[in-house]
Design a protein around this ligand. Structure first.
Ligand SMILES: Cc1cc2nc3c(=O)[nH]c(=O)nc-3n(C[C@H](O)[C@H](O)[C@H](O)COP(=O)(O)OP(=O)(O)OC[C@H]3O[C@@H](n4cnc5c(N)ncnc54)[C@H](O)[C@@H]3O)c2cc1C
Length: 404
């Protein structure tokens, strides 16, 4: 039997939860399907910028205090560090704090809000296939769901995205997607002097660039973590140095940071869309949001905000489409993306190639100049108060159905 809904949301991460929360809040029938059950593991640094905090308030009605009480917010600090080749370039302060969440609890909280508003949560059900024209979603192990719209929010390895191509209605280009996909590795280490331990406490986020063992088009990070510092690298695979794999590069990075005998550390990896936001993320009844649509900022790899924003925009587009048809939904989604996230992704991509290119040819000089000339503006750019486009003031716009 096929069960029908106004909207089927595939994936209950931040993008899917945002979409489901907006739509269920408007009284629509919504299925929120996920192959896992919350709280589920999720590899992520968990850094929230100020624009993510704004999105959480608008979409879910959650403040930082709510997150601290219910959703795994465990640390905040206005300090940050930029390091080149392991040496400090800049210790900066931002007007607004960087906040850190533990993703399993955070994601569970967001999905819980969608369910409290009336979404039907279907955990442990993997989407196997989706048809963009009919809105039919087939589940692994049997069963089908029908949506007047389907929001594909099933992450970087999205199954719903396959409905766009190759050669399909959205013209999804698998080769281009692969070229811009970053590899990311991240581990959480206990503090201590022993093998596989991190040698110091970490209270402020650190970004590491330019070390020979950090990928050319990518960077390393050390973030405060809920159980110990989180250390990670991400970079485009085509930027791998000397044909060395990411695991070897990452072990070198751990050595640079003073971790003894890092070979014994269990490594975890996950792909990160890193400059591959889809040009046409909506087709027929299908709208892709979050990592599934490639909506990650391609300089710092920030994805939580873009998942929240595109999830909410996809919901607004579906609301429009339920009134005026599929074509109207695609137009509205395109309009919201063009007014909000798309310019940021385009400009941060340009800045990425400018900075990494300059670093390759001239070493730390250009990046030192960039970072030191305007540390507060840099933080404002990351927080979303200024645009990546020439540092102009930025305000974020939200579509129909998204609260204030
Ligand atoms: C190592 C690493 C560190 C990162 N650090 C940060 C950071 O500090 N700050 C930041 O802003 N961003 C960070 N990001 C990016 C961020 O994690 C992602 O951009 C964000 O999680 C995207 O949210 P999403 O909802 O689109 O996808 P996801 O969070 O991946 O959620 C997708 C959901 O879909 C489900 N799913 C998958 N396949 C199926 C299927 N077939 N059927 C049903 N359900 C399915 C999954 O179980 C999951 O719950 C990091 C990414 C990586 C890899």
């Amino acid at each position: 039997m096929v069960k029908s809904y106004d909207v089927v949301v595939a994936g209950a991460g931040p993008a899917g939860a945002a979409a489901a929360a907006v739509l269920a809040g408007r009284g629509l029938s919504v299925a929120l399907v996920d192959r896992a059950e919350h709280p589920r593991p999720k590899l992520c640094g968990g850094l929230l910028t100020a624009k993510s905090v704004e999105a959480l308030a608008r979409v879910f009605g959650l403040s930082p205090a709510d997150l601290a009480e219910r959703g795994g917010l465990f640390h905040q600090t206005p300090r940050y560090l930029f390091l080149h080749q392991g040496r400090e370039l800049l210790a900066g302060a931002a007007a607004e704090p960087f906040r850190f969440v533990d993703r399993p609890d955070f994601d569970a909280l967001l999905a819980g809000v969608a369910v409290a508003r009336g979404a039907e949560y279907l955990p442990g059900r993997a989407v196997e296939a989706c048809d963009a024209a009919s809105g039919l979603v087939r589940l692994r192990g049997g069963g089908e769901l029908a949506g007047r719209f389907v929001i594909g929010a099933d992450g970087a390895n999205s199954v719903t995205r396959r409905a766009l191509g190759p050669g399909g209605p959205g013209g999804f280009d698998r080769a281009a997607w692969g070229r811009n996909l970053a590899a990311a590795i991240e581990v959480e280490l206990p503090v201590g002097g022993g093998p596989g331990q991190f040698p110091r406490e970490v209270l402020a986020p650190e970004l590491h660039v330019g070390a020979p063992n950090v990928p050319a088009a990518g960077y390393g990070w050390v973030f405060p973590g809920p159980r110990g510092p989180k250390v990670g690298i991400c970079g485009l695979r085509r930027a791998e140095r000397d044909g060395r794999g990411f695991a070897a590069i990452f072990l070198d990075f751990l050595r640079l940071l003073g971790v003894a005998e890092p070979e014994g550390v269990a490594l975890h990896g996950h792909p990160l869309p890193y400059g591959n936001a889809l040009a046409r993320p909506a087709s027929g009844r299908l709208i892709l949001a979050g990592d599934a649509g490639g909506f990650v900022e391609p300089l710092f790899g920030e994805g939580i905000f873009y998942a929240l924003a595109t999830g909410a925009h996809a919901a607004s587009a579906a609301l429009c489409g339920l009134k005026d048809g599929e074509a109207a939904a695609a137009v509205e989604y395109g309009r919201l993306l063009a007014r909000t996230v798309r310019p940021e992704l385009v400009w941060s991509n340009r800045l990425r190639w400018l900075l990494f290119g300059a670093m390759r040819h001239f070493g730390a000089g250009p990046i030192r100049g960039f970072v030191k000339s305007a540390p507060a503006a840099l933080a404002e750019m990351v927080h979303g108060r200024r645009s990546f486009g020439l540092l102009t003031r930025k305000t974020w716009e939200w579509g129909e159905g998204v609260g204030t």
